[in-house]
Design a protein around this ligand. Structure first.
Ligand code: SF4
Length: 467
């Protein structure tokens, strides 16, 4: 009896994927050309299967969620990015800025609901003084010391350096460092990843030309990493961007992560693939470090990876002792401090045209979202986590994405003003039960995590890190 080979029996199977499969199995870094194949192939299911392989290797059998609340303190913004449906000018209908009393109330509600995280972002409000931001954090810290404050995107932090008069054109990093040090003292725990959009000068000029570009965004995250703060990043795609521009965005991010991990003691591969002409910044001079191979050590203090984390911790402490790599003098035994200073999560964000200045564009389709997420997992081989943010993908789609490379679906959210992908209003809440059910139905064990991806144990609204 004649046996059909896979390429004969499955019409969409693409032989070009096979060389990529070998690299993925060997835990090797994919090239930009590999990424192009992954975007262009008709065999999307093989792309998804490869991303699932990597995701299952890095997080076998589990998927993460958290109990969080978003706080958008003001939608007044000095800029007018074309893809933005959130920003308003002062005095416009719907423009708002939360008073400190309102913020206190939000803190109390977060505490009562048992949230482990407050995710705080807003517009670049030119009418608020720098003290508003430090007061906001210290007030929340006082009300709810256990809640992690993940706050302010890179563009907000540059804005804060400007209003604090700490910003200098010669070296913007100096002002950002000054601001971050004060925010950290006031309670800042980590940075979200918004505002990266797509790192490309053409896209920057066309869609968000007054906002900071790639270099400044990367500088802010570099300074945060140096201060021991973990950060996250995003890719807002599906507007004026092209696929090769998305791939370059991924290359820039993974090089930035190479640098962060190298600082934490990872050695890496000096001969690994680095795309030429992409990252001109002399700051990124680290070897290639991949975390997607069989024996890679993920930089997380989470209990399920405690053995791996212990190894990194040891190496990190050794590095800091010997080489003084942690510039703020850290070196205590507190795990999030020792392990801090890298990108935790990449979240691909599909563009929603409605209400933006680009509403003539169609926005990405479901399959494009699925493919982009899978490619993100495959290309960003040194990012511990890939998030399917359910607010922007929908919960059913986020559930499917757990099979396509994602290991995290974010949290309960409650209020989210940035996009209104689900329903008409800004009350966009899901329950812990729904998140757990979505994960279980996808075949994974749900793990409640804190912001730093440590396992959380819960008794109603009471919770603690660890078992
Ligand atoms: S994307 Fe951010 S910086 Fe741009 S207009 Fe909207 S709120 Fe302002």
């Amino acid at each position: 009896m004649m046996t059909l080979t896979p390429s004969q029996s499955v019409p969409n199977l693409d032989p070009a994927i096979e060389s990529i499969r070998e690299k993925v199995l060997a835990g090797q870094r994919l090239t930009l050309d590999d990424g192009k194949v992954l975007y262009e192939t008709r065999d999307i299911w093989s792309v998804i299967e490869l991303a699932k392989l990597v995701r299952d290797r890095m997080h076998p059998g589990v998927a993460y969620y958290n109990i969080n609340r978003h706080l958008n303190y003001s939608n007044v913004c000095a800029l007018a990015c074309k893809f933005c449906e959130f920003a308003r000018k002062q005095g416009d209908e719907g423009a708002y800025t939360r008073e400190l009393g309102d913020i206190k109330e939000q803190g109390h509600k977060a505490l009562e609901s048992g949230a482990t995280e407050m995710h705080i972002v807003g517009g670049l409000n030119p009418y608020l003084p720098f003290a508003y931001y430090t007061d906001m954090l210290s007030t929340l810290r006082e009300i709810a010391p256990q809640i992690h404050l993940k706050a302010f995107t890179a563009v907000e932090l540059v804005h804060l350096a400007r209003i604090a008069k700490a910003y200098t054109r010669d070296d913007p990093k100096v002002g950002v460092r000054w601001v971050l040090e004060r925010l950290k003292e006031a309670g800042l725990g980590s940075l979200p990843g918004g505002g990266a959009e797509v790192f490309d000068e053409r896209v920057h000029k066309e869609a968000f030309k007054t906002k900071i570009g790639a270099h400044e965004w990367l500088d802010v995250h570099l300074v945060a990493h140096e201060l021991g703060l973990n950060t996250n990043c995003t890719m807002l795609y599906g507007h004026v961007d092209k696929q090769d521009e998305r791939l370059r965005h991924m290359e820039i991010l993974r090089r930035s992560q190479d640098q962060a991990l190298h600082r934490l003691g990872y050695e890496g591969d000096a001969d690994g693939y680095i795309a030429s002409g992409i990252v001109e910044s002399e700051q990124i001079s680290a070897p290639v470090i991949t975390l997607s191979g069989e024996r890679a050590v993920l930089p997380t203090p989470d209990g399920i990876n405690s053995q791996r984390a212990a190894t990194v911790k040891e190496r990190s402490s050794e590095s800091s002792d010997k080489q003084g790599l942690l510039p703020d003098g850290r070196g205590s035994s507190e795990s999030d401090q020792v392990l801090g200073g890298y990108y935790q999560t990449i979240t691909p964000l599909p563009f929603f045209p409605d209400g933006s200045a680009l509403e003539n564009l169609p926005g990405p389709t479901g399959l494009e979202n699925l493919r982009t997420l899978a490619i993100t997992r495959l290309m960003l081989d040194n990012f511990p986590h890939v998030k399917a943010f359910w607010i922007m993908q929908s919960l059913p789609m986020a559930q499917v994405m757990l099979e396509a490379g994602a290991d995290d679906i974010d949290g309960t959210v409650v209020w989210y003003d940035i996009t209104k992908a689900v329903g008409e209003g800004t009350h966009q809440e899901t329950t812990e039960l729904d998140l757990k059910r979505a994960i279980e139905e996808a075949g994974y064990t749900p793990i409640e995590r804190d912001t730093l991806y440590r396992r959380v144990t819960r008794d109603g609204s009471r919770w603690w890190v660890g078992d």
